[in-house]
Write a protein that binds this ligand. Structure first.
Ligand code: 5AD
Ligand code: SF4
Length: 474
């Protein structure tokens, strides 16, 4: 059943269908839309919702920049993402001059920052619609206002209690989907802007989540990714509290779902119960993304991460011991205020000891309003670059060794799509998240195969199909 908010938005969707039909008449062709996503899996999921509404009201998706409706779903975790958005926006201006029907919209984390809104108002007044992360579900209403007004529509909320997850969604893949199990974050890591732009942590009720996954499963989805900034604290504040591990147990019961992934796990909250559930599950993938951020206990303290170097290593060892073959991936920030060569060596030591299957390494980016931005001991760019290269080299060296361990084995692979470089090859994904290329055709997309891994190329494999896989996700 739809809640009140969802019903209101469906009414706007009906009104928008008429507006878009009018545009189609004037243009004498179907109007086009382009949705560009910056940032994380949460934004990717939000973009599927934007596209769902746009297609429902009559737009055709395009990758072209001169679409009749262009929307950027932004990220502001690091400043370079903001700069890319400003660059892309600037490049749209000439298209808009040539096409009086063209509309430009901006949403996502960047728009939750006041300084961004000020800048957009001053220098990018050709943007027609701006909204934030908390009111994304009102997209139909905002679109309607944009199409019926002569001036820029800008609406940003500071928070919301509303959860409206039953509006149209256009999934990028028919066989897999993300699903939000919670929103926001309460951790306030001192470098991170997420708690300020995504708000306080809120969990969805387990019944709603299960219902949505069942609907997705009936619609052909076999792999589900449970999304939250810190899934390990899922459900703790619900009226009827439930652990993340228990939620996983319930998702596992859904017959048609064959693979379960989740993102992201904060090391401080990872429970033994979760390890136990993962260990005994046939469906939960053998992959855990466990952001380290730094290997130095001193820096971890300054980051407010609530664990130290030894605890992290012990946790990773425990996971590897209990769940053999699991892939552990991580995020690392280099150049946090006060970080010295000694601290970087501690990070490198953890990389050597844990041997991550993959690590995303980031240069620290100063985010206005976060505690770290006003720390006095900021590290100079040249030193950060030197340290970053050291960390990256170590990550590449260890990941290559670690990931290569599957060579010669036969593993279960979910076939995800045709390879972009070679149309005779397919891209599949192992349980541990590693990509495998193997010969096949498009009819195999969305199905599981047993694939023998015949060559290793540093971060992906080549393989050959042995046979179609049974029910086991590998
Ligand atoms: N600078 C650099 N990297 C950051 N991240 C979050 N905030 C910052 C920042 N200010 C990284 C963290 C996080 C990932 C999603 O982005 O590593 O895990
Ligand atoms: Fe940011 Fe820390 Fe929350 Fe992750 S856990 S979103 S790094 S504040």
């Amino acid at each position: 059943m739809l809640n009140t908010e969802e019903s209101i938005q469906f009414e706007y969707i009906e009104k928008l269908k008429e507006i878009v039909a009018g545009i189609e008449k004037r243009l004498n062709r179907k109007p086009t839309c382009q949705v560009t996503t910056f940032g994380c899996q949460m934004n990717a999921r939000d973009s599927e919702k934007l596209l769902g509404v746009l297609k429902t009201i009559g737009f055709k998706e395009t990758e072209a920049d001169d679409a009749d409706f262009v929307i950027y779903n932004t990220c502001t975790v690091r400043d370079n993402a903001n700069q890319r958005v400003y660059g892309r926006l600037g490049a749209l201006k000439p298209f808009k001059k040539n096409n009086p029907e063209m509309k430009i919209a901006l949403c996502g984390c960047m728009t939750q920052e006041k300084s961004v809104i000020d800048k957009l108002r001053k220098s990018y007044n050709f943007v027609d619609l701006i909204f934030g992360t908390h009111n994304l579900f009102t997209f139909p209403e905002l679109l309607y206002r944009m199409y019926t007004s002569d001036s820029q529509v800008c609406e940003i909320w500071n928070d919301t209690e509303v959860i409206a997850e039953q509006l149209p969604v256009d999934r990028k893949y028919f066989f897999k989907s993300g699903i939000n199990i919670m929103f926001g974050c309460n951790n306030f890591c001192t470098y991170c802007i997420v708690p300020y732009v995504r708000g306080r942590e809120r969990s969805r009720k387990p019944e709603e989540i299960i219902e949505e996954i069942e609907r997705l499963a009936d619609d052909g989805v076999v792999e589900i990714m449970l999304l939250g900034q810190n899934v390990n604290s899922y459900g703790k504040k619900l009226e009827n509290p439930i652990s993340f591990a228990e939620l996983l147990r319930r998702v596992e019961q859904i017959d048609k779902i064959k693979r379960i992934r989740f993102m992201t796990s904060h090391p401080k909250d990872l429970s033994d119960e979760l390890i136990e559930v993962m260990k005994n599950s046939k469906k939960i993938c053998k992959h855990i993304h466990l952001p380290l951020q730094s290997g130095s206990s001193k820096i971890l303290k300054a980051m407010n991460r609530c664990y130290d170097k030894e605890t992290y290593i012990a946790l990773a060892n425990k996971i590897r011991r209990e769940i053999p073959d699991i892939s552990i991936t991580t995020d690392i920030i280099v150049g946090f205020p006060g970080e010295t060569l000694e601290d970087v060596k501690e990070t490198i030591d953890v990389i050597e000891k844990v041997s991550f299957d993959n690590a995303f390494t980031f240069i620290y980016s100063k985010r206005t309003g976060t505690p770290a931005a006003s720390m006095e001991n900021q590290v100079d760019a040249a030193t950060v670059k030197k340290h970053f290269d050291m960390v990256l080299t170590k990550v590449q060296e260890t990941a290559k060794k670690q990931l290569g361990r599957f060579l010669g084995r036969t593993v279960v692979v979910l076939c995800e799509g045709t390879n972009e470089q070679d149309a005779d090859l397919l891209d599949g994904r192992m349980s541990g998240n590693t990509i495998v290329h193997f010969p096949g055709d498009a009819s195999m997309i969305g199905k599981f195969y047993n694939v023998k891994l015949t060559a290793f190329h540093g971060f992906y494999y080549d393989g050959e199909i042995v046979d179609k896989a049974g029910n086991d996700c590998g």
